[in-house]
Design a protein around this ligand. Structure first.
Ligand code: NIG
Ligand code: FE
Length: 398
């Protein structure tokens, strides 16, 4: 890629884009991806100023030649757990020898995370963020959930908040081992002193609503307490078994119900009738050898679907959205177009954002350049590092 720069203007034209995913159906081919062939984009500061065919591009002082690459919006990874220490290699090995995944492994990471220094946790977070950025992720959400004390949860969120606005309080990941005999006492802590300590650092509240974690009544109490303090809900729902999580998420107007692997027809109907996005996390099913969520069933019912990594050391140790796209297309019956939309505009919807996940005037200039003529290659060429350059807020960053 070559560039010509001037110091007199902040406007930059990126031209010679073979195919551009805008996610604006009023542009280009009129599909949900709003695909424009032979395209160009004008960036003004940190925002998109113009998008269209390169032959119609306005004059600017700065020009970047995309060299016939495809350009897509930077990925919006709306679900990750990146504040942790250690890894769980042995647990993964055991699973690949036939053991099944349970929420119990979370305790291993809780112990390692509590023992780690702030510096270690931040270094780890920055490491995985760098991986994600190089693979095209320009916005990420991340959670607490491996501290489970007032101090450890609030420090996880403080560390996360230094790197993203999309921070989620997940004190209700599992019942803390310190409260093994008193789950009600732990729920009181999560909805009381721990919530108060965490609210200043978080935008969202989440709960793992699952057998072995929190039941529907506990989840409702936790999410309702968070809402009362100004946090907005999202829910780990229906991952390992059928349960109340998805319908609770819709009832409480959660931005997202995440996992959605075991769904009844009533769950699908609830998602279709509400404003809650179904966030699918195929890295988790891959790494736990579990049944795939049925994206096709959700899409055919009219549900908005997001696709994210769930990056964490237990159930899904990948920071790669392109890998998740390939899995979603191959194993969850999504088309490549649907998977790319879900990993960009879908992720934005799961964070209730309209300023990211699209390449349209006014949106943040977050772009991923692909060493490929089209976005379809992300699914067609799995495992190949196709993301050749990443721009965030109008600046090349990777
Ligand atoms: O989203 N399911 C709950 N939490 C994570 C897994 C956490 C872990 O195993 O450490 C998930 O898959
Ligand atoms: Fe998760």
């Amino acid at each position: 890629m070559s560039s010509r720069t001037s110091t007199t203007s902040t406007n930059t034209l990126i031209t010679n884009i073979a195919s551009l995913v805008t996610n604006d159906p009023s542009l280009g081919d009129g599909s949900p991806l709003g695909l424009i062939q032979n395209a160009a984009v004008v960036i003004d500061g940190d925002r998109i100023a113009w998008t269209g065919e390169k032959s119609k591009a306005p004059a600017t002082d700065n020009q970047v030649d995309a060299g016939g690459r495809a350009v897509i919006p930077g990925f919006v990874d709306s679900h990750s757990h990146l504040v942790f220490a250690g890894d769980r290699t042995q647990e993964f090995n055991a699973r690949m020898s036939g053991r099944s995944y349970t929420a119990g492994g979370i305790r291993t990471t809780v112990a390692a995370t509590r023992a780690a220094s702030d510096e270690d946790l931040e270094r780890n977070l920055v490491h995985y963020l760098g991986e994600a950025l190089r693979q095209g992720t320009t916005t990420f959400e991340t959670k607490s959930g491996y501290g489970l004390t007032v101090e450890d949860e609030s420090r996880a969120l403080r560390i996360a908040a230094a790197h993203t606005d999309e921070v989620t309080y997940l004190g209700a990941h599992i019942v803390s081992p310190d409260y093994a005999d008193d789950p009600a006492g732990y729920v009181a802590l999560v909805t009381g002193q721990m919530l108060d300590a965490c609210v200043p650092h978080a935008r969202w509240i989440d709960v793992f609503c699952e057998k072995g974690a929190f039941d529907g009544d506990q989840a409702r109490a936790i999410l309702t307490a968070g809402k009362a303090k100004g946090l907005h809900p999202r829910v780990h729902a229906n991952q390992l078994s059928y349960g109340p999580g998805v319908q609770l998420a819709v009832e409480l107007d959660a931005a997202s119900a995440d996992h959605c692997t075991h769904l009844t027809d009533a769950d699908v109907d609830a998602l279709a009738s509400g404003n809650t996005v179904a966030t699918l996390l195929p890295g988790a099913e891959f790494s736990t050898r579990a049944e795939w969520p049925d994206a096709r069933r959700l899409l055919d019912a009219g549900v908005t679907v997001a696709l994210s990594t769930d990056c964490n050391p237990g159930s899904s140790f990948t920071s790669s959205v392109p890998f998740c796209i390939a899995l979603a297309v191959r194993d969850m019956r999504m088309t490549p177009d649907e998977a790319i939309w879900s990993a960009t505009a879908g992720g934005a919807a799961a964070l209730r954002r309209t300023d990211i996940g699209r390449i349209t005037p006014g949106a943040y200039a977050d772009l991923a350049f692909l060493d490929a003529p089209s976005h379809v290659h992300l699914a067609y060429r799995p495992g190949v590092p196709l993301v050749s350059q990443v721009w965030r807020r109008g600046v090349p960053v990777a």
